[in-house]
Design a protein around this ligand. Structure first.
Ligand code: AMP
Length: 423
C-alpha cells in the first residue's frame, strides 16, 4: 500500500520549487534594500505563546492549531503564524536594547488545521516582515512601500486595501456601536456572526456570507469613530503612499482576524485566486510586545502567503527553470570515462552541467538535451576524443562546431572553448 501525504500538506515538486526560489530570492533582495535582516525562529513553540499573542477567541486558537503534549506533558504547538515567535525572540534576546528599531523578516512554513481547498492548505508558507520600535506613520508607509516594491519587482500589479482599526482609546466605543448595530440585525446574521457579536463584533464586517454582508452594509464605519491621533496617523500614512504612487484603496470593512491589530491594517487581494484571494495581510500591533511580557514597544508587520503568490506568478506563464549550460553526450565507454572528468571540472567551477550515462545512442541523448533545454551539447566520440577533439552542438542554431578538448585547460577556458567552438 502506498502512503500519501497528510491531507492539506503538499509536496513542492521541482517544477514549482524553481519559482519558489525566485520568490524567496526576490524577497531577500527587496527587503535588504530597506535594511531588513532575516530571523529564523523555531517551528514549534509553547502553546501558551499563541494563545496569548493571537487571542483565545480567534478561529486559529480555538480550532485550527496543531497542538499536542510533549513527552513531559507540556503543551506544544506547530506555529500557525510567524509574528508571535518573532516577538518572543525579540523579547527573549532583548533586541530592543541592541537597536532602537529592529527590522526583521522571516520565511517558512506555518500550520493551521483549516478546511483544505485551492489556495488553502494545512501547511503553507509565509514570507513575513516586522518593524519593532517605532509607531510613527513614516514607519507604516515604509513597510507598505517595501511590500509594494516587492510585488512590482515580481511584475505583479496589486492594490493595497487599507484601513485603520483605531486604538484602545477609540475602538471600544466603536465595538459597542457595532455590537448594538448587530443586535438590531440579529435575524439576518449567520450563526458564526451571532457568536462574533459578543466576542469580537469587528469580525461581523469580514463575514463572507451574502446575507451578513447585506445586513451589515450600513454598519457604522470605524473611520468615523477614530480619535484624533488615530485619524492623523491614518491620513499621514495615506499621504505618503499616494506621494509615492502606491495604489491604495481605503476599505472600511477591512478588519483582521487577529486580536492584536490596531491602527494601520492592510491586505492585498488578488484576482484569479478564487475564494482564497488574500495574498498578504498585516498591520500595526502596538500592544503585543507588552502583552507577551516585554516592554511597551510598538510594532507593525505583514505576512505574504507563498502558495498564493506562486499561483499568481504561475498564471503569467513565466519560465523559471535553470537549464544546463552544457549537456555532455559521450559515445562509448572510454568517452564516458573522460566525460565524467570534464563534467566534474566544469561543475566544481559552478557551471550547470548534465552528463548522460548508460551508453545511449546520440539520438536519444540529443532528445534528452532538447528536453532539458541545454544551451550547448558537447559530443565526445571515442575516436575523436583520442585525437583530442569533440563537437559542440549549438542547441539554439542547431549547428555542429568542432572543438579541441584539451583536458589540461583551466576550467573557464574549457567553458569558453565550448561556448566559442568553431569560431
Ligand atoms: P494571516 O496570517 O491569516 O493574515 O495570513 C497572511 C497570508 O497568509 C494570507 O493573506 C494568505 O496569503 C496566507 N495564508 C493564510 N492561511 C493560509 C492557508 N491556510 N493556506 C495558504 N495560505 C494561507
Amino acid at each position: 500500500m502506498k502512503t500519501a501525504a497528510v491531507r492539506g500538506f503538499r509536496d513542492i515538486l521541482p517544477e514549482e520549487s524553481a519559482l519558489w526560489q525566485m520568490l524567496v530570492t526576490q524577497a531577500r533582495t527587496s527587503f535588504a534594500a530597506y535594511g531588513f535582516s532575516e530571523i529564523i525562529v523555531p517551528i514549534l513553540e509553547k502553546t501558551d505563546l499563541f494563545a496569548r499573542a493571537i487571542g483565545e477567541t480567534t478561529d486559529i486558537v480555538e480550532k485550527e492549531m496543531y497542538t499536542f503534549p510533549d513527552r513531559d506533558e507540556s503543551s506544544l504547538t506547530l506555529r500557525p503564524e510567524g509574528t508571535a515567535s518573532v516577538i518572543r525572540a525579540y523579547i527573549e534576546h532583548s533586541l530592543h536594547q541592541k537597536e532602537p528599531v529592529s527590522k526583521l523578516f522571516y520565511i517558512g512554513p506555518m500550520f493551521r488545521r483549516e478546511r483544505p481547498q485551492k489556495g488553502r492548505y494545512r501547511q503553507f508558507h509565509q514570507i513575513g516582515a516586522e518593524i519593532l520600535g517605532r509607531d510613527d506613520p513614516l514607519i507604516d508607509a515604509e513597510l507598505l512601500l517595501m511590500l509594494h516594491d516587492f510585488f512590482v519587482a515580481l511584475q505583479l500589479e496589486v492594490t493595497l486595501d487599507i484601513n485603520s482599526l483605531g486604538c484602545p482609546t477609540c475602538r471600544p466605543g466603536y465595538r459597542e456601536q457595532l455590537r448594538a448595530f448587530g443586535e438590531s440585525k440579529l435575524a439576518a446574521l449567520c450563526e458564526d456572526c451571532h457568536s462574533r457579536l459578543n466576542r469580537n463584533p469587528l469580525r461581523l464586517l469580514d463575514c463572507k456570507k451574502d446575507g451578513c454582508r447585506q445586513a451589515t452594509a450600513q454598519a457604522p464605519a470605524l473611520a468615523d469613530s477614530l480619535c484624533d491621533p488615530c485619524r492623523t496617523h491614518f491620513t499621514s500614512v495615506q499621504e505618503r503612499l499616494r506621494q509615492e504612487q502606491v495604489r491604495i484603496v481605503v476599505n472600511p470593512r477591512l478588519v483582521r482576524g487577529l486580536d492584536y491589530y490596531c491602527r494601520t491594517s492592510f491586505e492585498i487581494l488578488a484576482e484569479g485566486l478564487g475564494s482564497q484571494n488574500a495574498v498578504c495581510g498585516g498591520g500595526r500591533y502596538d500592544g503585543l510586545v507588552e502583552q507577551l511580557g516585554g516592554p511597551a514597544i510598538p510594532g507593525i508587520g505583514f505576512a505574504i502567503g507563498v502558495e498564493r503568490l506562486a499561483m499568481l506568478i504561475q498564471a503569467q506563464n513565466r519560465d523559471f527553470a535553470t537549464p544546463p549550460e552544457v549537456f555532455i553526450a559521450p559515445l562509448g565507454a572510454a568517452a564516458e570515462h573522460q566525460a565524467f572528468a570534464v563534467a566534474r571540472r566544469l561543475r566544481s567551477s559552478g557551471y550547470r552541467v548534465e552528463l548522460e550515462s548508460g551508453g545511449r545512442g546520440l539520438k536519444a541523448q540529443m532528445r534528452r538535451a532538447d528536453k532539458l533545454a541545454a544551451r550547448h551539447v558537447l559530443i565526445l566520440g571515442e575516436d575523436e576524443l583520442a585525437a583530442g577533439k569533440g563537437t559542440v552542438r549549438d542547441m539554439q542554431t542547431k549547428t555542429d562546431r568542432p572543438m579541441s578538448v584539451d583536458l589540461s585547460l583551466a576550467t573557464p577556458d574549457l567553458m569558453n572553448a565550448i561556448r566559442n567552438a568553431g569560431n
